[in-house]
Design a protein around this ligand. Structure first.
Ligand code: PLP
Length: 389
């Protein structure tokens, strides 16, 4: 019923993912930015076509049907009962990070992150006037874990007001367990630290670990949590700029709303509204099919690498469609590894060091592309690795 094997010419569409930014990337297979190559669900396409056919694109309200679609999805897919009035909209999740910093942290106060992690965390914290504190993840027997001792120590600093959590975690692919989330939330509760949980990848979870919104742990935890969600990753709609930010605590929500209003982000664009409603209302079957396809891509990558280039280590993927690959055994520094990838292997991946120094020697491969493209990228990497010896 769904076919994800075909490839659109996305360079023709000026897709950021497919458009080289310098000459070295010209003949490379682009598997970097977290953006799927698959065509959007036909239900979303149809809804957009219907609305866009009406030539009036003025300021548009998010009505009850919008909020029902958002809260219905959280209830159905993630067993979380979100009330309509807890939801604020933002033009994306990156701005939502900035609003969290602006509404909670005064100049000179601190925000904690867990690198290697999505680079915009550090950028949004620092560009919005806060001091960055890192609580690096630990790689234990091929699996990343939170360093709770370090987290608890740093949380005691009275200047630490906010912590950014990424669940599922980009780039390391962990889906944090109930126990992880509870330990982290307990430390935050003890030390009056607010949690900003970026859950944008929450619809991509594989295997037995379910995604658990940290705010759903308890009323107490919900009161100190801002949860950022969006249908953009789920349904490949990133250019529409959409975020649904869930905040139960009224005082926190009011302050957050001031931050949104202070930069005039008071409404969503009509495409974002239509696409959100259509995706959350009719997109479930399409999403299931995408997840199945991604599971097969994941299996292909793991088995290919294990069989043909075992010096590259894969980190087991629990969530997201982003594979975190360990190239440290090749013995190259970051710039040698980047250059090898672009000029020898001819694959354009996200460089591990961009996620923090903890990512040195790693690369992130976006596996949300057609199987033949993934296969070709693996073959290119294998050839380039063998050419090294
Ligand atoms: C963890 C995480 N948060 C946020 C974003 C981007 O959010 P948006 O495009 O809605 O600003 C990404 C994109 O890759 C991401 O991985």
């Amino acid at each position: 019923m769904y076919n994800f094997d075909g490839m659109m010419d996305r360079r023709r569409l000026n897709a950021i993912k497919a458009t080289p930014q310098h000459t070295l990337q010209l003949d490379c297979i682009p598997l970097w930015i977290a953006d799927m190559d698959f065509p959007a669900a036909k239900e979303i396409h149809n809804a957009l076509m219907q609305r866009m056919n009406i030539p009036n694109y003025g300021y548009t309200l998010c009505t009850d049907s919008y909020y029902e679609a958002v809260t219905g999805w959280m209830q159905r897919r993630h067993a979380w009962d979100v009330k309509h009035d807890w939801v604020l909209t933002t033009p994306g999740v990156i701005p939502a990070m900035a609003f969290a910093v602006r509404s909670i942290v005064k100049p000179g106060e601190k925000v904690m992150i867990q690198p290697p992690v999505y680079p915009q965390f550090a950028r949004m914290i620092q560009l919005n006037g806060a001091e960055l504190v890192t609580n690096p993840l630990k790689l234990v027997n091929g699996r990343y874990e939170i360093d709770f001792e370090d987290f608890a120590l740093k949380a005691q600093d009275p200047a630490l007001k906010l912590c950014f959590l990424c669940n599922p975690h980009n780039p390391v692919g962990r889906v944090w367990s109930r126990d992880d989330l509870k330990r982290l939330a307990d430390i935050c509760l003890e030390n009056d630290v607010i949690i900003f949980s970026d859950d944008i990848h929450h619809d991509f979870v594989y295997g037995p670990n379910p995604y658990i919104p940290i705010a759903s742990l308890s009323e107490e935890v919900s009161q100190i949590t801002i949860t950022a969600t969006a249908p953009s990753k789920t349904f490949s709609l990133a250019s529409f700029k959409m975020g649904n930010i869930i905040i139960q605590n009224e005082a926190l929500r009011k302050a957050y709303n001031v931050a949104i209003n202070s930069v005039g982000c008071t409404s969503l664009d009509v495409g974002a509204i239509e696409a959100t409603i259509a995706g959350y209302t009719y997109g479930e079957q399409w999403l299931q099919a995408v997840i199945q396809y991604l599971e097969q891509n994941n299996a292909l990558i793991d088995s290919y690498i294990a069989a043909k280039m075992p010096m590259v280590k894969t980190v087991a993927l629990e969530g997201t469609y982003l594979k975190w690959l360990d190239f440290r055994a090749l013995g190259m520094n970051n710039s040698e590894l980047e250059s090898w990838s672009l000029t020898q292997a001819k694959v354009w991946l996200s460089e591990g060091y961009t996620f923090g120094v903890e990512g040195s020697g790693f690369k992130r491969l976006n596996m949300a592309s057609s199987r033949s493209v993934i296969q070709e990228a693996l073959e290119r990497m294998e050839r380039a690795i063998h050419a090294l010896s």
